[in-house]
Design a protein around this ligand. Structure first.
Ligand code: E4P
Length: 218
């Protein structure tokens, strides 16, 4: 399973990339707003830190302008994945950008039918938003299970399921159990994977005993 981080905070990305656990990055207009920096500059910078796909989202709603935006974003770096919304214009743009050799992430997916459409449009990634589904009283992971079941019936589908809108570390584990190709998680949810009280206690006990030996390795 690939790990993407869902942030436009360059300091966070650098820190996570240093431990080798990042395969890519996703951003969206809200995350760019939060970062408070010019989008094109931030995307370029992130692309230089993480060699894997870096999603940069279009903001036009019509096909023609969305395609122009997508082409501009794709030119920023080889590893840009242009993000388009799951709308008829978005999927037209997806098809066109893919034909030109670009990676495309289709975002704002909330149903299995939408995921099927994205695969038909040759999306590189489909992003179902599990957290927002949970927030609305439904079961986000049930949608991932449904999409994985459908995609497995059609091995010629090349679209990867990118589980998005992750709210906590357990979402990552659940997505992995379902065989999802990618998760994009906020930094805190990724860091949660490191945590276990027995690791902390065990390390403390080893270090206390080591001190008693009076030895040093260096
Ligand atoms: C995915 O690419 C989106 O940026 C993201 O996961 C949305 O998550 P949110 O529901 O926390 O805004």
């Amino acid at each position: 399973m690939k790990f993407f981080v869902d942030t436009a905070d360059v300091a966070e990305i650098k820190d996570l990339a240093a431990s080798g656990l990042l395969d890519g990055v996703t951003t969206n207009p809200s995350l760019i707003m939060k970062a408070g920096r010019p989008m094109l500059e931030v995307i370029k910078e992130i692309c230089a830190i993480v060699p894997g796909p870096v999603s940069a989202e279009t903001v036009a709603t019509d096909h023609k302008t969305m395609l122009e935006e997508g082409r501009k974003l794709a030119k920023l770096a080889k590893n840009v994945a242009v993000k388009v919304p799951l709308t008829p214009d978005g999927l037209k743009t997806c098809k066109a950008l893919r034909a030109e050799g670009n990676m495309v992430n289709v975002t704002l997916c909330f149903s299995a039918g939408q995921a099927l459409l994205a695969a038909k449009a040759d999306a590189s990634f489909i992003s179902p938003f599990v957290g927002r589904i949970d927030d609305n009283g439904h079961d986000g992971m049930a949608l991932i299970a449904e999409i994985m079941t459908i995609y497995r019936q059609y091995p010629h589908f090349k679209t990867e399921v990118l589980v998005a809108s992750i709210r906590h570390t357990q979402h990552i584990i659940q997505a992995a159990k379902l065989g999802a190709h990618v998760v994009t998680a906020p930094p805190g949810a990724l860091r949660g994977l490191f945590k276990h009280v027995l690791t902390d206690n065990g390390l403390k006990a080893f270090l206390d005993d080591w001190k008693k030996t009076g030895q040093s390795i260096l």
